[in-house]
Each structure stands twice: as C-alpha cells, then as structure tokens.
Unconditional design. Structure first.
Length: 419
C-alpha cells in the first residue's frame, strides 16, 4: 500500500485521534510509537508518536526533524499534530519541521488550525479557547504550559516564524477567500498562517482552500482539521471490520492522566459499573515496594482472567510533579505486564501511559478501526499480540466517556467484531 499521509504527533493519543479521521474514511491507518519500527508499516496513513511532549524545546525539535528525515517522502502529505492545549513544544517542533522540509525540498509553508470544535477547542483572533474560555485561564494550563498564553503567533515568533492570522470573518467568506490569502502570504515570504475556526464548517473551508496546495504546504492542527482533510482525501469509503474472539476475560481500564475530566470519568465508572478498583500512589510506584506491587499485579491479572473488569489508576495528588509522568507510567506498565496479557480489551487515558503499557508487552502500535466518540478512537494493537483498545487523551471527553468506551468494547466483543 502506498503511504499518502504522514501524521507526526507529540504523544500516542494525539496521533490516534488524528489518524482515526482517515481510518473512518476507508484509509488503512496505523499509529506507531516506537519510531525505529515505523517503517514496518505500509499503511496509506502512517501516524508516529514522537513522544516529545515532556522534552525541552531543542530535543523535541531534533526528534521531529529526525522522524521527518526518516519517514517523509516526496508525494506524501504531512499533518503535524499539536496538542489542543498547547502543551509540550509545538512552536519549536513546527519550526523544526519547516527547516527540515526546506532542506529536503518539501512543502515548507505551514497552515495552522488547532481548533477541535467537538471537544470544545476553538480559535478566535489567533488565540486558543477552551469552551469559550481563554486557554491561559484553564485548569490544565495552570498545571502544565510552555507559553505565556494561547496566542499562537506570539508562541511561534521566538522560533523565528513570521505568520499571519486569518481571522474568523475571512474564514467564513469561504475557501476561495482563504486560498487567495494563503497564496498572497506565500508570495510575500511568510512562513505560514494561523486560521481561526469555531465550527467544523470553518475547518472544512480551510481544508478545501489548502488541500490542492499540498505540494507547497503542510498542516498543523488537532483531530479537528484532520476530519475534512480525510474526507477530501478519500471521501465516504467507510471503515474496516475486524473479527474479535468471544472470550470470558475482563476489560482493563487504566487512568494515568491527571486532568480533572479523566478523573471525573473514572469516578463515574466506579459509581455506575461493576469493576474492581486498584489505585497506585506515586510513592508506591517509585519506591521500594516491588513485592507488594507484584502481588497486586498478579491479583489484577487473576481478576481479568476470571472475567472481571478492572479499573487501575495512578492516584491523584494535590500537586503532581509532571516531570515524573514517564517514570510513573513505566512503573505501572511493569506492574500490569501479566494483566495486559490476561485482558479481553484495554481502555487507557493518557498518551504516555498508553505507550508504556503497550511497549511493556511488545506492542508497537495500533491499527485504527472505529471511534467511540469524537477524539476517542478504537483499534487493534500491533505487535506481539492483538488486543482491542480504546485510547483517550486525558483532557478529552466528559464524565461518561470512559464508561462509554468500556460499553463499546463489551458490545464489540459480544458481537464478535470491531467496526
């Protein structure tokens, strides 16, 4: 299969919530998170997790440049996924992409449109809003941010990028107006444009205006802009169907994200569904409690093998140390090694958590199949064994999203197919 899209993301759930748009339109889409194995996929849509969100700007930029040099080829279209809350280093990564593509003779003008209306993310006057609130006033921003505020042009400027805003009034004049503005900015030597959007129709105008210019530009956005781009790439082709074994094992839910909406969703599951609950504190996971952790891991595996659903979390703390996220996820993955092999399916929230869990048992990616709700994809794992999986970015969804994800997998297993 010829690869036509390369999606480059800073974490696993982000790669998946973009690539699912293409899978839903009939394009086989693989998400891989071990970059050295990415060439093993021949899917038309290849999404790679650079795992760069926790890195300093220079390292994140270097990793993106290396992945582009390794995987991007002439004729492919590039979609650079950025976090909808501007976590990590999207400005440095975008600048690195432009420099690398120029050196390769590729499309080096950026169209940035980070709105994801289905999840409450919009862009107005070049600034990111979350449910109408300025990004810098949100709970997530207070705990984890890189830039002074949600002004995209201001974030890009220190990286040497000169971009122009296309405001909502001009976006809503339609694709022809947007295309004219993009062409003019290209001719004037700008590095790119930042596009306002509040609705999927706004994003559709942007996609229509720029899709034909893929040899000269690439896109930077979230799962929102990926939707109309995927429809234009191969519209209305439908999704694939994967057969599932009907077994008696239980489902495993793992919550590693510290974001409030994911914790509320876990509490809803615990209150509304019959699941066994295990909570691991950071002190347990990073301390000298190996024997106790192994005992709990064995109990979780035993429960799953007996057909019981199990919810596992990294316990909430008042002031979480975000720098410890990778170590905590890796430690939890080791605890759950046997549990993953005993589960009928997996629901996981938090990209770092998901990547560590799967790498622990020799899984290197996901072939996407369906979507539970917007931004919450489902698929089958790739690697040592095949397992139905739902991934959710920590900040996406509502209090019912994790319960709905479990229900989705239960129904798929009962029916004997994921579709």
């Amino acid at each position: 299969m010829k690869q036509s899209w390369f999606v480059l993301a800073d974490d696993l759930t982000g790669a998946a919530d973009c690539a699912i748009a293409f899978a839903k339109n009939g394009m086989v889409s693989d998400v891989l998170f071990e970059s050295d194995t990415a060439a093993a996929s021949d899917a038309p849509v290849l999404a790679v997790d650079a795992a760069s969100r926790p890195l300093p700007a220079a390292e994140a930029a270097q990793r993106h440049a290396a992945l582009l040099e390794r995987h991007f080829r002439k004729g492919m279209r590039l979609y650079k996924k950025l976090d909808s809350l501007l976590r990590g280093q999207p400005a440095a990564e975008t600048a690195a992409a432009i420099r690398t593509l120029r050196g390769m003779g590729g499309p080096a003008f950026v169209v940035m449109a980070p709105a994801f209306p289905a999840t409450g993310r919009t862009t107005v006057n070049g600034r990111v809003l979350v449910n109408g609130m300025p990004l810098e006033n949100t709970e997530v921003w207070a705990r984890d941010h890189t830039y002074a505020n949600g002004d995209l042009a201001a974030a890009l400027k220190p990286e040497g990028l000169n971009v122009r805003n296309i405001l909502l009034a001009d976006v809503r004049k339609g694709a022809q107006t947007i295309a004219g503005m993009v062409a003019a900015d290209m001719d004037e030597g700008f590095d790119g444009v930042v596009c306002d959007a509040e609705t999927l129709d706004d994003l559709a105008f942007i996609a229509e205006a720029t899709h034909a210019l893929a040899d000269r530009l690439f896109w930077v956005g979230t799962g929102g802009l990926a939707v109309p781009l995927a429809r234009m790439s191969r519209p209305e082709q439908g999704s694939c169907v994967v057969a599932l074994p009907q077994g008696g094992r239980g489902l495993l839910l793992v919550v590693g994200s510290v974001v409030k909406v994911s914790r509320e969703a876990l509490r809803h599951v615990l209150a509304s569904q019959q699941v066994e609950h295990y909570s691991f504190t950071p002190q347990q996971l990073l301390g000298d409690a190996g024997a106790a952790l192994a005992e709990q891991g064995a109990a979780i595996a035993e429960a799953l093998a007996a057909g019981k659903d199990v919810a596992v979390e990294i316990a909430e703390v008042e002031h979480p140390n975000m720098a410890l996220g990778g170590r905590l996820a890796a430690s939890l993955a080791r605890v759950l090694h046997n549990a993953l092999e005993s589960a009928a399916g997996l629901v996981v929230t938090g990209g770092e958590t998901a990547a560590n869990l799967m790498a622990e048992v020799g899984i290197h990616g996901i072939r996407l199949v369906a979507e539970v709700e917007s931004g919450v994809p489902a698929g089958m794992t790739l690697g040592n064994f095949s397992l139905p999986i739902v991934t959710k970015a920590g900040s996406f969804g509502t209090e019912r999203t994790l319960a709905s994800s479990l229900d989705f997998l239960r129904a798929a297993i009962k029916k004997g197919e994921l579709a």
